[in-house]
Design a binder for this molecule. Structure first.
Ligand code: IPE
Ligand code: MG
Length: 212
C-alpha cells in the first residue's frame, strides 16, 4: 500500500491525512477481495524501516492501526485476522488491540487477512532461521519456510504494489520467489474495486511455469 504520503501532499494535506484515507481504502479493498472469494490477502502496513520516519508520522500510523484493529477488524465478520511482524516491539496499546483482533477472529472461517506490521522480509528470514536452529530441525527450504510468520500459508500468487515504485522493499522476501508481480501507477488511496478486477484478469493471463 504505497503512496499515501504523496496522495496527501498532492492535495496540500498533511501525510497523516493520506494514511487516514489509506485505511479507508484498505477497508474497501478487503471487502472487495472477500466478495471475489480471494482466500488470503496480505497488506504491508509498516516496515521495519519505517521507524526512520518522523515520530509524529509513526504515531499517526500506529493510531490508525489501533483504530482499524479495534473497530473494523474485530467486528463481527468472518475474516481471520493476523498481524505478522515484530509485534512485541510495538507500543503497548497497539500490541493489545492487535492481540484482541487475533483472538476475536481466530475461529472464523472466511478470508485470511494478514497485516504486516513492523515487518521486514529479511528480519523474518533471520527469525525463522533462529527458530529452526533452536528447534534442532534440519536446515532445508521446507523447514525454513515453516518457521516464517506465514509458515502455515501458501506463498502469494500475486503481489501488487501501488504508486509506481517497481520493487518489493522487503515484502515477503522468501515467499515471493515465484509470485506474479503487478505494479500500479496510482497512489494507494486511489485504488478502486475496478483495479482489483483488472488485477485478477491480469493474473489469469499470466502463465506460471515455476521453472518447468
Ligand atoms: C504507504 O504510503 C504507507 C506506509 C508505508 C505506512 P507512504 O507513506 O509510503 O507514501 P509515500 O510513498 O510517501 O507517498
Ligand atoms: Mg512510500
Amino acid at each position: 500500500m504505497d503512496g499515501n504520503g504523496r496522495w496527501a501532499t498532492a492535495r496540500g494535506l498533511p501525510r497523516s491525512d493520506g494514511h487516514r484515507e489509506g485505511v479507508r481504502v484498505l477497508r474497501r479493498i478487503i471487502e472487495a477481495l472477500g466478495a471475489r472469494n480471494i482466500p488470503i490477502a496480505s497488506f504491508y502496513a509498516f516496515s521495519t524501516e519505517n521507524w526512520k520516519r518522523s515520530p509524529a508520522e509513526v504515531k499517526s500510523i500506529f493510531g490508525l492501526v489501533e483504530e482499524l484493529s479495534d473497530g473494523y477488524l474485530s467486528r463481527d465478520t468472518d475474516y481471520v485476522v493476523n498481524f505478522f511482524g515484530d509485534i512485541d516491539a510495538l507500543p503497548q496499546a497497539v500490541k493489545k488491540s492487535v492481540a484482541e483482533a487475533r483472538e476475536k477472529t481466530k475461529n472464523n472461517r472466511g478470508m485470511i487477512v494478514n497485516i504486516m506490521l513492523n515487518y521486514g522480509g529479511k528480519d523474518e528470514i533471520v527469525r525463522a532461521a533462529q527458530k529452526l536452529a533452536l528447534s534442532g530441525g534440519e536446515f532445508n527450504e521446507k523447514n525454513l519456510a515453516a518457521n516464517l510468520y506465514t509458515g502455515y500459508l501458501p506463498d502469494p500468487d500475486m503481489i501488487v504494489r501501488t504508486a509506481g515504485e517497481k520493487r518489493l522493499s522487503n515484502f515477503m522476501t522468501f515467499q515471493s520467489a515465484y509470485s506474479e508481480l503487478l505494479f500500479l501507477d496510482k497512489y494507494w488511496p486511489d485504488v478502486t474495486d475496478k483495479d482489483i478486477d483488472a488485477a485478477i484478469s491480469e493474473y489469469r493471463r499470466r502463465r506460471r511455469t515455476f521453472g518447468k
